[in-house]
Write a protein that binds this ligand. Structure first.
Ligand code: ZN
Ligand code: ZN
Length: 271
């Protein structure tokens, strides 16, 4: 079994279009690349149902789509027999995490990704963002704190791009990095959430898969299940570079893949 459980529904022009017809091209690419099932995971801040949470212009400016329309589009495609799951990419929002979960509660997601993109209302994955005001060590410490908090929040099923803080290739000293990796692996295993192996980092300045081999090996060694992810924002990127993702997962000792249905997780043989 091969899944791609991280992508954003867009039409061929790259525009947001939450209609069942937009799903088809994503499925076509998936099947052509040997991916058996895909999961759509739109950013939570695009939906006006979550408007009360956002106070950063980048997020509130985008918060004008309808969550029901998104869910209905994916569900209609699934009901028509396409191998798609309904997910959402949920941001770390600190003290508002429970409130955000409450707003999402009525919706029938198969799974929820958890992502740390923001610390103190500054972006980790944009420049200058956090990098202007925090040292590299501080960013990594704070990022790790946030990721661990999100993992144990009980509001997400899979941690997306688990070491996103390396996006610009900035890492702390090896000893601190090793310590943070170990802490993430321990907390994630105790929390019982899965982690994704994402090829998106190959297309970012760092030019590497998420997460690092060390972190992935530590997670898999502690029994944490994995999913695979392209983070495609266009149909052509579904399953992109999955040969590398599979090799990375296998090298870390991973032999199974997590599959989600209505919030329930099972594992199947990888590949
Ligand atoms: Zn993300
Ligand atoms: Zn994403």
């Amino acid at each position: 079994m091969i899944v791609d459980y991280h992508m954003h529904l867009r039409d061929e022009a790259g525009e947001i279009k939450f209609v069942p017809q937009a799903v088809g091209p994503f499925v076509e690419t998936a099947l052509a690349r040997g991916v058996n099932e895909i999961g759509f995971t739109e950013h939570v801040y695009y939906f006006r149902q979550t408007a009360e949470i956002w106070d950063v212009p980048y997020l509130s400016e985008r918060c004008n789509h309808d969550l029901d329309e998104y869910c209905d589009a994916v569900i209609a495609a699934r009901d028509a027999g396409l191998p798609v799951k309904l997910g959402l990419e949920v941001d770390y929002v600190g003290e508002q995490q429970d409130r955000l979960a409450e707003l999402l509660e009525p919706y029938p997601f198969d799974f929820r990704l958890g992502s740390v993109h923001w610390l103190d209302r500054m972006a980790v994955d944009m420049s200058p963002g956090v990098w202007e005001v925090m040292t590299v060590d501080e960013v990594w410490q704070r990022y790790t704190d946030a990721l661990c908090e999100l993992a144990v929040s009980g509001t997400v099923d899979v941690l997306a791009h688990p070491d996103l803080a390396k996006i610009f290739g900035r890492r702390p000293q090896p000893s601190l990095l090793a310590e943070l990796h170990e802490r993430i692996a321990l907390v994630v295993a105790a929390a019982g959430v899965a982690v994704e192996v994402s090829t998106a980092g190959l297309r970012k300045p760092v030019g590497e898969l998420y997460p690092d081999a060390d972190l992935l090996r530590a997670c898999v060694g502690k029994g944490t299940p994995v999913t695979l992810a392209s983070d495609a924002h266009e149909p052509g990127l579904v399953g992109a570079d999955f040969d590398q993702a599979l090799a990375h997962a296998r090298a870390a000792g991973c032999e199974t893949i997590a599959v989600f249905e209505s919030g329930q997780r099972r594992v199947e043989p990888l590949g």
